[in-house]
Design a protein around this ligand. Sequence first.
Ligand SMILES: Nc1ncnc2c1ncn2[C@@H]1O[C@H](COP(=O)(O)OP(=O)(O)O)[C@@H](O)[C@H]1O
Ligand SMILES: C[C@@](O)(CCOP(=O)(O)OP(=O)(O)O)CC(=O)O
Length: 485
Amino acid sequence: MHNDTMSTTIVSAPGKVLAAGGYLVLDQQYPGVVISTSSRFYTVIQTASCSANQVVVRSPQFHQAEWNYTVVYDTAGIQVIAQEDSVSGKNKFVHLALHHTLNLVAEIHSVAHVQERLSHGLDIDAVGDNDFYSQRAQLETLGLPRTTKSLSQIKPFCHNNVKLTGVHKTGMGSSAALITSLVSALLIHFAAITETDFANLEGDGRRLAHNTAQFVHCLAQGKVGSGFDVSAAVFGSQIYRRFKPAVLDPLMKGDYAGTLKSVLSSSAWDYSFRPIQLPPLTRLVLADVEAGSDTPSLIGKVLKWRGHEDSCETATELWTQIDESNQSLARQLDTLSQLYVQNKEEYEQTVRKLSYLPAHEWESVSKAFFDLHQITQQIRSLMRRMGDLAGVEIEPEKQTHLLDQSIAQAGVIGGGVPGAGGYDAIWLLICSPPDLTEPLHGVESVWSTFDESNVTPLLAQESVAKGARVVQLDEIPGLREAIQH
Ligand SMILES: Nc1ncnc2c1ncn2[C@@H]1O[C@H](COP(=O)(O)OP(=O)(O)O)[C@@H](O)[C@H]1O
Ligand SMILES: C[C@@](O)(CCOP(=O)(O)OP(=O)(O)O)CC(=O)O
């Protein structure tokens, strides 16, 4: 089916780790520190050579993951109708992304424009880097130890041997990255935004893609979350402050006839993001721990505690303290990047020295790195306190043990439980000077012998590519093979 003479658009979007700001970021008053990951989702759109108005979406990493749609045109605009006989069941996220993005294109250009570009149908493939889905079972089948080295031997975009509904996600935000890449690829493929405008972090095209992805994601999830995951997928690592949910009110009711463009490009979107980057010569390391925490129920309990008259005063005080620590974290990341710029050689020597010492012994070597370590520990302790007060396992005891043992290793700066916390994952920041793998090995050896839970590393590091971007098929190892059917 795939042939390079056909018009192809590919957009990739990164996954995320909310390193600080879980729960608080739901409130516009408090920013969150979000790191986007090198693990990405890819949407490949190709003009098909089949019937007009037929759209096929495939996820080749899963069994029975093909969704067929027919686009029809009526006085209300464009309807995307899911074909009933599909064995794959529904894919609400994909369906809503197609429906609303095509209607947006029709408002920007015209219904005739959409019709014309769909005259041969569309072939869409969606694939995610292996890190989005737990590779624990795969490693066991292959008889490989749970290390990053083993993970790098698994072929890119590997098949998960299950249906999409049965997959174990790693919490990197598969739906936000998928929606962002799909919506952006559609907007570009239908010439609603230009590639050049999309490439500009501050461009209107990138903002429109963001707002549309937020809208579709909220609709598919049935709620308006903070949106940090979509923002990271669009703009990359950042200090994120959410938008007021009211901006979406006119659209969430469903009947928005003709107002999609004005709402999605309105200046009432008051989110903000400040791009950030982890300090040079450090590395983000993530682990897939075990399935178990249901984010919405954790959020429900925390927000109940936060709003209850008996606890709201304590909650406000604690949130103020957590926010101060989160903001110190953001500042300290900047400080370290500045220190690097001021004297690269000295900075590198320092990181090299720290790589052989546990963080509690760093004060005399580097106050700046020691402070960063302490801030991350302070955030953990405040989040644990919130968990205790709200009766929610934000950093469950097993995770505390795992984090304490990991952070005690030489060269480990700090870490925590990402996002809402729970049992699913941990993140660490480690020293990573050129050609030195000791800190990573130290951490991997703790993880492989940890006996309270099954800890599997992920390959992802920080993405420095600043969010979503257009890519070419052969630029991405394994992508062409993954979508060959
Ligand atoms: N590879 C994929 N192909 C198609 N749809 C996907 C894929 N991965 C995720 N999705 C969509 O995202 C939904 C999962 O969303 P959600 O449970 O919010 O996960 P997450 O926490 O990873 O964002 C799936 O039900 C599906 O609709
Ligand atoms: C509680 C939160 O602030 C953070 C949740 O972050 P996670 O990364 O835990 O989320 P999922 O991707 O849904 O698992 C809710 C929010 O900001 O929407």
